[in-house]
Every structure is written in structure tokens, then in C-alpha cells.
Write a protein that binds this ligand. Structure first.
Ligand SMILES: NC(=O)c1ccc[n+]([C@@H]2O[C@H](COP(=O)([O-])OP(=O)(O)OC[C@H]3O[C@@H](n4cnc5c(N)ncnc54)[C@H](O)[C@@H]3O)[C@@H](O)[C@H]2O)c1
Length: 264
């Protein structure tokens, strides 16, 4: 006799999620997996065409999604995207702060103020704006889950992109601090720390690597004990867990998904 199975339930049924940088790469995978788990998804990105593609795939699969075209460096665009999301779906339960750029691949003494500002505007100030504008709606709705996509580069240093390391370290601590501040509002904050994932972002870094893309990708593979880069879905499944009530006791923590990179 086979054991009785529990009824199938959608892990994120009834939840509404905003995913920044949802049009491509890891953010795209997160949108698709959150929708598959039952969430209504707002695909927030500055790339309207790619964001529309993601929303269309979700709709074809029977899910619910809208596009919010916004640049996370603009507080007014972020505020509008958040209010449009609430107008459409009535609430916000999950925010995934995923949009980021890798910035200049230069040592600190060669990087310019403009390069510093461009990177921090997207990777840190963008996280601040989106979080700031979502919190009042989460408070009104009785809680929520905010997930900052940091990086292994927010945990350890390396000889590659110093400004990006600094930015990813900043969002790691923003999650911890807000986890403490907003615990009484039942809003959880966590960071995810991906190892290298094959997306447009890593291809951009490869394209400008002094030893060429092949050497760069081999170096990356060698840095990960598993011997290869990860896939966007490796990160998306972690986001589904942190978005769901399965992680209701998890706040202020770091979910490291890195093929063993930081275990060494
Ligand atoms: N790919 C990796 O190896 C890797 C490793 C660790 C962490 N991460 C992090 O994962 C996240 C996603 O990275 P990815 O590799 O999927 O990147 P990606 O370049 O493939 O996609 C980034 C998405 O963000 C959007 N975006 C960029 N700037 C924006 C802005 N100002 N406003 C709105 N949208 C904007 C882009 O249009 C794009 O759709 C980032 O936070 C990145 O730092 C990536």
C-alpha cells in the first residue's frame, strides 16, 4: 500500500511578488519560478521588451504577471511601479531586489568617481528605493518577505571587481539591519549569495577580461569546487523558498548558493 500523499498546494498561492531586473538572467528565472509556485508577479525592469516576454510566458503557462517599466535608480519611477503593482494586484507580499550591474573591472586606484556612482546608484540605491516604497504596503498587508540578491562577492574579496564587492557587501548588511528593524511588522529580510551564474552579466565581464572570455570562464569554473558555473534556476529555487511561508522563521540570514566557492 502506498502512503497517502498530501494534496498538492501552490507554495506561493495568493502572494504578489515584485522582481527587479526580472527581464533577463537570474531575475527572469525567479519570475518564472515564483509564478509557477502560484505568485502573481510584477516583472520590473528598464528593458520593456524583454520584460514583456517574461510576462507573456507566465500568462501562457496560466499564471498572472504584469510589466512595470522602471529604472531602479529613479525614485519616482520606482514609486510609480510600486503603486501600479498595488493598484493591479491589491497587495505586495514579496520583493526580490535583483537588478544590478557589474560595473568597472578595475582596481580601486584606477576606478573613477563616475564609475563608483554608476554602480552604487543601481546596486545599492536601487535596492534602497525599492525597499523603501514597498515597506508601507507590506506593513499594511501584515508582513512580507524581501530578498536582496547579493553575491559571493558580498561575502569575500577577490582580484576582479572591487566596487561590485563593496556594493554587494552593502546590500548584505542592509538585509540584516532591516530584518531587525521590521521584525515587529512581520517583514522578513534575507540575502541570497549566488556563485557565478551564466547570464548576460557574466558574459559582459568575460568580454572585457584581459585574457579573453575562454580564460575567464575557465578561471570561474576552477574557482568553484563543483567545477562549473551555476544556472539561473539554481538561484530561483532559493528565492521561492525565502518568498514562501516555509521560511517564516528565517530572517536576517544569508542563503549561499555557490557550488562551494566560499567553502574553501
Ligand atoms: N550572473 C552572476 O554570475 C551573478 C553572480 C552573483 C550575483 N549575481 C547577481 O544576480 C543579480 C542578477 O544578475 P544577472 O546575472 O541575472 O544579470 P543580467 O545582466 O543578466 O540581468 C540583469 C537585469 O537587470 C536589469 N537592470 C539592470 N539595471 C537596471 C536598472 N537600473 N533598473 C532596472 N532594471 C535594471 C537588466 O535590464 C536585466 O534585465 C544581480 O544582482 C547580480 O549582481 C549575479
Amino acid at each position: 500500500m502506498t502512503a497517502p500523499t498530501a494534496p498538492v498546494t501552490a507554495r506561493l498561492a495568493g502572494k504578489v511578488a515584485i522582481v527587479t531586473g526580472g527581464a533577463d538572467g537570474i531575475g527572469r528565472a525567479i519570475c518564472l519560478r515564483l509564478a509557477e509556485a502560484g505568485a502573481a508577479v510584477v516583472v520590473l525592469d528598464r528593458d520593456s521588451a524583454k520584460a514583456a516576454d517574461v510576462a507573456a510566458i507566465i500568462a501562457e503557462r496560466g499564471g498572472r504577471a504584469i510589466v512595470a517599466v522602471a529604472d531602479v535608480t529613479s525614485e519616482s519611477q520606482v514609486a510609480k511601479a510600486v503603486s501600479d503593482s498595488v493598484e493591479r494586484f491589491g497587495r505586495i507580499d514579496v520583493l526580490v531586489n535583483n537588478a544590478a550591474i557589474p560595473g568597472a573591472q578595475k582596481p580601486t586606484h584606477e576606478a573613477t568617481e563616475a564609475e563608483f556612482d554608476e554602480l552604487f546608484d543601481v546596486d545599492v540605491k536601487g535596492v534602497f528605493f525599492c525597499t523603501k516604497h514597498v515597506i508601507p504596503h507590506m506593513k499594511a498587508g501584515g508582513g512580507g518577505s524581501v530578498i536582496h540578491i547579493s553575491s559571493i562577492n558580498g561575502l569575500v574579496g577577490n582580484k576582479d571587481v572591487p566596487l561590485y564587492h563593496a556594493a554587494k557587501g552593502a546590500v548584505r548588511l542592509m538585509a540584516k539591519t532591516d530584518a531587525v528593524v521590521y521584525a515587529e511588522d512581520k517583514i522578513r529580510f534575507n540575502s541570497i549569495h549566488p556563485g557565478s551564474i551564466r547570464t548576460a552579466l557574466s558574459e559582459k565581464l568575460a568580454a572585457v577580461h584581459p585574457d579573453g572570455p575562454d580564460a575567464y570562464f575557465q578561471w570561474l569554473a576552477d574557482m568553484h569546487p563543483v567545477g562549473h558555473q551555476g544556472e539561473p534556476d539554481d538561484i530561483a529555487y532559493g528565492a521561492v523558498y525565502l518568498a514562501s511561508d516555509e521560511s517564516k522563521f528565517v530572517t536576517g540570514t544569508e542563503l549561499v548558493i555557490d557550488g562551494g566557492y566560499t567553502a574553501q
